[in-house]
Design a binder for this molecule. Structure first.
Ligand SMILES: [Zn+2]
Length: 83
């Protein structure tokens, strides 16, 4: 049986994930088990992936998008419903 023993990044002292998929899975697990929403980002020091409490996308929202292009794709009659 495989057991994932987390290594920690020396620079930020966070658990290192080998790839993004692995980090995303851990974030997903955290959300379901603890209700803690986490985001993944790539560490510039160690090159692996870490989890963070802050949404990195927030930073991008301040950047004005001059032209946000949305593809005009219409799926005929299909609307996914969420309640
Ligand atoms: Zn790191």
């Amino acid at each position: 049986m495989h057991y994932f023993t987390p290594k920690r990044c020396a620079s930020v002292n966070k658990i290192m994930y080998h790839d993004k998929a692995q980090a995303l899975r851990a974030a997903d697990q955290s959300l379901r088990e603890r209700g803690t929403e986490l985001w993944v980002y790539r560490c510039e020091y160690c090159g692996s992936w870490h989890l963070t409490h802050r949404n990195p996308d927030d930073a991008y929202r301040h950047v004005p998008l001059n032209q946000e292009r949305k593809p005009h794709s219409r799926k005929k009659g299909y609307k996914p419903r969420r309640r």
